[in-house]
Write a protein that binds this ligand. Structure first.
Ligand code: ADP
Ligand code: MG
Length: 314
C-alpha cells in the first residue's frame, strides 16, 4: 500500500485522518481475504517518518533525538498497529476469525551499495540555507536544496539485498496469519563480518523491498496499490494512454523513453517488471480496484516475457 492509503497529500497528519484512510484500505483488503487470498501487506511511511524525525528535532532540548533507523521502526509499529487493528476488526465483523500480525522488519543492504556515495532520498523537514549549513557541520548530515521549498536532509537509498525476517513471514503464513511486514521499505541494516547486524542511516524504497520480499516468500502476485488506476504512457498529457499489460522488456522500453517519474511511478514499474522477469505476476492499480485487478479486469499487469500479451503491449 502506497502512502496515499494512509495519508492523502494535503491532508493534515492527524491520527483521525490516518485512521479514516487506513479504514478504507482495510475494507478493500478484507474483501481480498474473504475471497481466499493469503496476504502479506507492505506499506509506505514517508509522511509518518518525516513527522517523527521532526518531533526528534523540535523536542531535542527535552528528549534526546533518536536515529533514523529507530524512527523507521517506530513508523512500522504505528502504521502496523493501525492496519492490524482495523483489518482484524473488519474481518471479525464479517464473521472471520483470521488474525493479523505486524512484524518489525529489517532489510539487509550492502555497505558497498553505490547509493552510500550519493545520498539522494530527501527526508524530514525543510530548512533555510543557513540552518542547512549549521546542520551539515553540527550533525554531519547531508542537505540539498529541494525545488523552491528550501533545503532538506538527503540519505542514501540502497537496494534491498535480503529480507532478514523473511523466514518468520513464511512461518506466520503457514500459521494462517495475515502478516504486515517491510513497512516503509524496512529498517536498513548491514551485516558485519562477524554475522552481526547493525542499523544504518538510510531509507529503502518500499516498492523494491516489497518485490524482494514477494520473491523470498514465493508469492504468486505482487500487487502494488496506489492512487492511479493504471500505469500510463505519456502520463499527464492530453493523449495519456493506460497500459493494460507489460512484459519486462516493454516496461524497460517505456522507462527509457521517460514515461515514469523518478521517485513515484518508476520504482513501482521497476519492481513490477523485475518480479515478472522472475516468472511472477505483478499488478499496479488503484487501491479501490484491487479486487478487480486480481481478477484481470483492472490495472496494469506485468507478465513474464513468454506469456501472451494483449494487443496494446509492444
Ligand atoms: P505511492 O504513495 O502509492 O507510492 P506515488 O505518489 O509514489 O504513490 O506514485 C504514484 C504517482 O505516480 C501517481 O499519483 C502519479 O501522479 C505518478 N505517476 C508518474 N508517472 C506516472 C505514469 N506514467 N503513470 C501513472 N502514474 C504516474
Ligand atoms: Mg511513493
Amino acid at each position: 500500500m502506497g502512502g496515499n492509503a494512509i495519508l492523502q497529500p494535503k491532508q493534515e497528519a492527524t491520527y483521525a485522518n490516518q485512521l479514516a484512510n487506513v479504514q478504507r484500505s482495510c475494507t478493500v483488503l478484507a474483501r481480498l481475504v474473504e475471497r481466499g487470498h493469503r496476504l502479506v501487506i507492505t506499506h509506505g511511511n514517508g509522511p509518518q517518518v518525516g513527522n517523527l524525525l521532526r518531533q526528534q528535532e523540535e523536542a531535542q532540548a527535552v528528549v534526546p533525538p533518536l536515529p533514523l533507523d529507530v524512527c523507521t521502526a517506530q513508523s512500522q509499529g504505528f502504521i502496523g498497529f493501525m492496519i492490524q487493528q482495523l483489518l482484524r476488526n473488519e474481518l471479525a465483523s464479517g464473521g472471520s476469525g483470521r488474525s493479523v500480525v505486524s512484524l518489525i522488519t529489517r532489510v539487509e543492504v550492502s555497505p558497498d551499495d553505490p547509493a552510500f556515495g550519493n545520498p539522494s532520498k530527501p527526508i524530514g523537514s525543510f530548512y533555510t540555507e543557513e540552518e542547512a549549513k549549521r546542520l551539515m557541520s553540527e550533525k554531519g548530515w547531508q542537505l540539498k536544496p529541494d525545488a523552491n521549498r528550501g533545503w532538506r536532509r538527503v540519505v542514501p537509498s540502497p537496494r534491498p539485498q535480503a529480507i532478514v525476517e523473511a523466514d518468520v513471514v513464511r512461518q506466520l503464513l503457514e500459521l494462517n496469519q495475515i502478516v504486515i511486514a517491510c513497512g516503509g521499505g524496512g529498517i536498513p541494516v548491514v551485516r558485519q563480518k562477524d554475522g552481526i547486524y547493525a542499523g544504518i542511516e538510510a531509507v529503502i524504497d518500499k516498492d523494491f523491498s516489497s518485490c524482494r520480499l514477494a520473491r523470498e516468500i514465493q508469492a504468486d502476485v505482487l500487487l502494488i496499490l496506489t492512487d492511479v488506476e493504471h500505469v500510463y504512457a505519456d502520463y499527464g498529457r492530453p493523449d495519456q494512454r493506460p497500459l493494460a499489460s507489460l512484459t519486462p522488456s516493454s516496461a524497460v522500453e517505456y522507462m527509457e523513453e521517460g514515461h515514469f517519474s523518478q521517485g513515484s511511478m518508476r520504482p513501482k514499474v521497476e519492481a513490477a517488471a523485475s518480479f515478472a522477469a522472475q516468472g511472477g505476476t505483478a499488478i499496479i492499480c488503484s487501491l479501490d480496484q484491487a479486487d478487480l485487478a486480481l481478477a484481470g479486469l483492472a490495472g496494469t499487469r506485468f507478465v513474464p516475457e513468454t506469456a501472451e500479451a494483449p494487443s496494446d503491449s509492444r
